[in-house]
Design a protein around this ligand. Structure first.
Ligand SMILES: Nc1ncnc2c1ncn2[C@@H]1O[C@H](COP(=O)(O)OP(=O)(O)O)[C@@H](O)[C@H]1O
Ligand SMILES: [Mg+2]
Length: 349
């Protein structure tokens, strides 16, 4: 048996939140699931029960599918690595990175890939397990500074008492992280920090406190934070002045898009899929998804799972057509995609 997805299924704890140290470590350690198709004869000979299990394993595999190295992932990995190196000897004026763009453009994915790559590198150099090289937290919605400090404490699993105020918690967090040689702090969802409110201002001050007291590179991500939220106002500008910006967005229909489609197609594990089918439909897929990596990933995964469920074992245009993508994308583009469907616009192989 060459199937190597663990017992055909996802271990339960694969879904632990990455905003806790345990969940984060699991995320860093787990390799992406792999799955090898059975040879034709063996596959045909599976008894119904074995086939069920085999298909269940493939459904799990396709539900995660691969992380493609998009330009966003590549740039964030590159910039993040550079900053951690440049900041190594920097005492106070450490530089940071802000990843900013619309919803579902791969910001969190890129942030976590950066954190994972960094932690794996550190672990290779220092195999002892006392270090906490990376922290991943998300900013609390309309949160108070205490809530932000609590997010850090929660990641570390620090017990907290009601009498602890935000400074008690923050100081404990900074001390532990300094001792554990943390050198990369990822703060996601920073659009939650609304500088128009006084709580937002306090929160932003508090974030600055962390950035000054933990000798680490800070990387932030949030929805369109260049214009609003954390980085406006005096305090926000102080943080932003030391940060490199990386903007994310949907992808234009270019070679990069085709290669992303190709990578996704290569990762499919279907018995009757003809390689190249999806690449030939790259233009159609672009129109359907408006160049959104999130919608593309959803569409391809849903189609693959559907092809397993109905036994067709391949992804075709009619199958893709039958799968709705996210509401926003759907309403804006379904007309054009349908029109193109008849004329095969720009979709020649
Ligand atoms: N590099 C990538 N490769 C494959 N799928 C991706 C990639 N980046 C994002 N996605 C898909 O898009 C979805 C949204 O990405 P996410 O990183 O959560 O976006 P954001 O943080 O910008 O809202 C993910 O759940 C995933 O399905
Ligand atoms: Mg996100």
């Amino acid at each position: 048996m060459v199937v190597n997805a663990p017992e055909f299924g996802l271990p339960e704890d694969r879904r632990m939140p990455t905003t806790t140290l345990e969940g984060w470590r699991r995320f860093v350690e787990e390799d992406p699931i792999a799955f090898d198709l059975l040879p034709e004869e063996e596959w045909k000979d599976l008894d119904p029960r074995a086939r069920d299990e085999y298909d269940e394993g493939r459904v799990n595999y396709h539900s995660e599918l691969i992380i493609v190295e998009t330009p966003t992932v590549r740039d964030v990995l590159h910039q993040g690595r550079l900053l951690t190196l440049v900041n190594r000897r920097e005492i106070s004026a450490r530089r940071g990175l802000i990843v900013s763009g619309p919803w579902a453009t791969g910001k969190s994915t890129a942030l976590k890939q950066l954190g994972r790559a960094h932690e794996l590198r550190v672990r290779q150099r220092f195999p002892d397990h006392d270090r906490i090289p990376v922290v991943y937290v998300s900013a609390p919605p309309n949160g108070s500074p205490r809530k932000l400090a609590t997010r850090f404490a929660h990641f570390l699993g620090l017990p907290m008492k009601a009498r602890h105020n935000e400074m008690d918690i923050a100081d404990a967090v900074c001390e532990i992280l300094t001792e554990a040689r943390c050198d990369l702090v990822l703060v996601d969802e920073i659009h939650n920090i609304n500088m128009a409110t006084s709580t937002g201002k306090d929160l932003s001050d508090h974030l600055k406190y962390f950035a000054e007291h933990i000798p680490a590179t800070f990387v932030y991500a949030g929805i369109n934070v260049q214009r609003e939220g954390l980085f406006t106002g005096v305090r926000g500008k102080q943080i932003a002045a030391r940060c490199v910006m990386k903007y994310t967005g949907n992808f234009p229909y270019q070679a990069e898009w085709r290669s992303m489609v190709e990578l996704m197609e290569d990762s499919l594990r279907l018995h009757r899929h003809e390689p190249g089918t999806l690449v030939r439909m790259a233009k159609y897929l672009h129109t359907r998804t408006e160049g959104s990596i999130s919608s593309l990933s959803h569409l391809v995964r849903a189609a693959a799972i559907s092809a397993i469920a109905d036994g067709s074992e391949h992804v075709t245009r009619p199958l893709l057509k039958s799968i709705p993508v996210d509401h926003n994308t759907q309403s804006a583009s379904s007309g054009t995609a349908d029109a193109e469907d008849n004329g095969e616009v720009g979709d020649a192989a």
